[in-house]
Write a protein that binds this ligand. Structure first.
Ligand code: WAQ
Ligand code: MG
Ligand code: MG
Ligand code: MG
Length: 243
């Protein structure tokens, strides 16, 4: 089998993230050796022509993934929803997250945390399914990484959706994670989703057009060691398969 490489890009404005730069874009793929160059090029272009602004810091990292380390998982099933307003969309998200494993308190806290972000985080907030309290430390959030889909084109032409579906599928495959709530921080993209029970619920109108407030919440069971969840999300190589 051909060897696979993880190619990851992160970009910021006002210097690197670790020196206070503002996060512009991050994306990644898992590809064969002969695709590494073209993918690195297209990831750099994304950072340079982004609706959030032009990056002045771009980091691209490439490393080999030992084939025996790759885990293959199924893609979530997609359900499309229709709504007419932001409040209707948020109400629908609340209903879709109504699961015995997640408390109402946790859902309400999560939505209000997303709405009250004043700048984008690079990663997601980990939230306790019972108390709604934050389980991750600091303001960076947990950055899901080392994932791609086996056959990316089969997931469609919408890049936001393809990447979100891959990410959400990896996140739901983590032991102890029971749900996710997301909407984009890109000002031109207002679609968001709820993932739970094997389904990716796609919801329009999650925020005002032009708003750069978006983010992700992962609901984590309180009896699970959150360090091992973070380790899996950040570094276990995963390829998502269409079912
Ligand atoms: N790991 C964890 N959190 C992340 C990651 C990641 N790899 N990438 C982004 N985030 C967080 C971060 O807080 C961003 O500010 C926020 O999510 C939004 O990221 O049509 O495009 O890449 O079905 O702007 C969802 C709907 C689109 C797609 C989501 O998010 C559809 C999207 P964005
Ligand atoms: Mg993205
Ligand atoms: Mg799970
Ligand atoms: Mg974004």
């Amino acid at each position: 089998m051909a060897e696979l490489y993880s190619v990851r890009m992160r970009a910021a404005q006002g210097g690197p993230h670790e020196k206070g730069g503002h996060h512009i874009s991050g994306a990644e793929r898992i590809v064969k050796l002969e695709e590494v160059g073209a993918i690195a090029q297209s990831l750099a272009d994304r950072a340079l022509y982004h609706s959030k602004g032009t990056a002045d810091f771009i980091n691209i990292t490439v490393d080999l993934i030992p084939p025996e380390k790759i885990r293959y998982i199924d893609c979530l099933k997609v359900e499309e929803h229709k709504t007419n307003s932001i409040s209707e969309s948020h109400q629908l998200a609340i209903e879709l997250l109504d699961d015995p494993a997640i408390s109402k308190t946790a859902v309400y806290k999560a939505i209000s945390m997303l709405k009250s972000l004043d700048k984008s985080m690079r990663g997601a907030m980990l939230v306790d399914t019972i108390t709604g309290g934050r389980l991750d430390e600091g303001n960076r959030g947990v950055r899901v990484s080392h994932m791609d889909s086996f056959d990316s084109h089969a997931l469609g032409d919408n890049e936001h959706m393809r990447e979100a579906l891959v990410l959400a599928s990896k996140v739901q495959s983590a032991d102890g994670i029971v749900g996710e709530l997301c909407w984009s921080d890109d000002p031109d993209y207002t679609v968001g989703y709820v993932a739970c029970n094997g389904v990716y619920h796609r919801i329009p109108n999650m925020k005002e057009l032009g708003s750069n407030i978006g983010g992700r919440i992962f609901f984590v069971r309180s009896d699970i060691d959150s360090e091992s969840v973070i380790e899996y999300l950040e570094s276990a190589p995963v390829l998502v398969q269409r079912r």
